[in-house]
Design a protein around this ligand. Structure first.
Ligand code: NPQ
Ligand code: MG
Length: 370
């Protein structure tokens, strides 16, 4: 495709409730939206970086800088080449993924092909799970979980940290004995906590996600020998190569896949393929995406290896007014959009109301090549 220009939009969406994890509390989602204009078509991509570098090293202002200074000069109009063209730029997977998925969306819309068809979806809808933040008290947590279960969510994930683990997880398990339940520590523990984490073994959890720091593959392998709850990696899995390594070393019995964390949808699919080849179940993570990022995630989650419910929740879990038509829960599932590209477009009235800044960068020599 011949790219005409790229629009960057900084938007801010209030969350329906504060979301607390071991790395902080969010009350709003600052989101960077990428719009590609090419061959008369347009494509949309969402950068999942947060305002601050607390989940990973990336953050919104840094991602915007990397996109403008280092990625756009390397962008071509061929979505198959984008991820390789960006390879000389080390790191910054969320910035890369936002640009490459926006271009892919434009390309797919032009061809009348949906993200799901392109990626190899085998389902028309996907099981929805929900991620529940750290609360001030166990009764407050139980109320939140009860409400999500009543809505129909097929799996609940509890955010944990030292001081908020055994008691809340035990309480939820006692209230919901058959609920598919898992935890996410976002790197908050060390191997010295192994005996403590083993106390959650009797709760029959699907998995514990990223208990140790992201660079501690050996530690996760050792922890996996000391607890019976399956260990799932999120932050650690930044490429298909690392996924293969972690699985081979016994550090990952399950893998969380987030396109933004791994640099794009093609790498995300490669990780899926590696996991399927090793018999390792995968599920689609979430980064509080608006409908733009959510649409692409739901399409990815329809691939055959995604055998566990993802953090692919309904729009209403996070936003009173999403940027697109809302994703709604139907019998605990979300429908995979079937239209061209993402199958959804932002509601320009809502998008404009939420936009705090827009920058248009016309195609230069670097990214106008077909
Ligand atoms: C995880 N997500 O799996 C992440 C982390 C996370 C749904 O639990 C603002 C933006 C707040 C992105 C909080 C879920 C966030 C965020 C947590 C991502 O580890
Ligand atoms: Mg996680």
């Amino acid at each position: 495709m011949k790219i005409e220009g790229i629009e960057l939009r900084w938007a801010e969406l209030p969350l329906v409730a504060p979301f607390r994890t071991s790395f902080g509390t969010q009350t709003d989602r600052e989101v960077l939206i990428v719009r590609v204009l090419a061959d008369g078509a347009e494509g949309w991509g969402e950068c999942v970086a947060m305002s601050e570098p607390s989940y990973s090293a990336e953050y919104v202002a840094g991602a915007a800088h990397v996109i403008k200074e280092f990625l756009l000069p390397r962008l071509t109009g061929d979505p198959w080449r984008t991820e390789r063209a960006f390879a000389p730029v080390h790191g910054h997977p969320m910035a890369k993924s936002a640009v490459s998925s926006a271009l892919l969306d434009a390309w797919l819309r032009q061809r009348g092909t949906s993200f799901g068809e392109f990626l190899g979806a085998v389902r028309g809808e996907v099981d929805a799970g929900v991620s529940v933040g750290i609360m001030n008290s166990v009764p407050e947590l139980l109320d939140a979980v009860d409400a999500y279960v009543a809505e129909g969510y097929r799996r609940v994930k509890l955010k944990i940290e030292p001081g908020w683990d055994l008691e809340p997880v035990r309480a939820v398990r006692e209230r919901h004995p058959d609920l598919p339940l898992q935890t996410d520590a976002n790197t908050a523990y060390t191997l010295a906590d192994a005996a403590h984490l083993a106390k959650m073994d009797p709760f029959g959890l699907l998995l514990i996600e990223q208990p140790l720091p992201e660079d501690d593959i050996a530690g996760h392998a050792e922890l996996a020998r000391r607890i019976t709850t399956p260990v799932c990696l999120d932050e650690s899995i930044t490429s298909a190569r690392i996924a293969a390594d972690a699985i081979t070393r016994g550090a990952a019995a399950v893998v969380n896949i987030k396109p933004g964390r791994v640099g794009g949808f093609l790498e995300a699919r490669r990780i899926h393929d590696v996991c399927v080849a090793h018999g390792v179940p995968v599920w689609c993570g979430g980064m509080l995406e608006t409908g733009i990022g959510r649409a692409a995630n739901v399409a990815l989650a329809a691939l055959p290896g995604f055998t566990l419910p993802g953090d692919t929740s309904a729009s209403s879990r996070y936003y009173a007014a999403d940027l697109t038509d809302p994703f709604v829960l139907a019998d605990g599932r979300l429908t995979v959009p079937a239209g061209p590209g993402l199958g959804v477009v932002p509601d320009l009235t809502v998008l404009k109301a939420r936009t705090v800044r827009t920058e248009y960068i016309p195609a230069g020599a670097g990214y106008s090549r077909p």
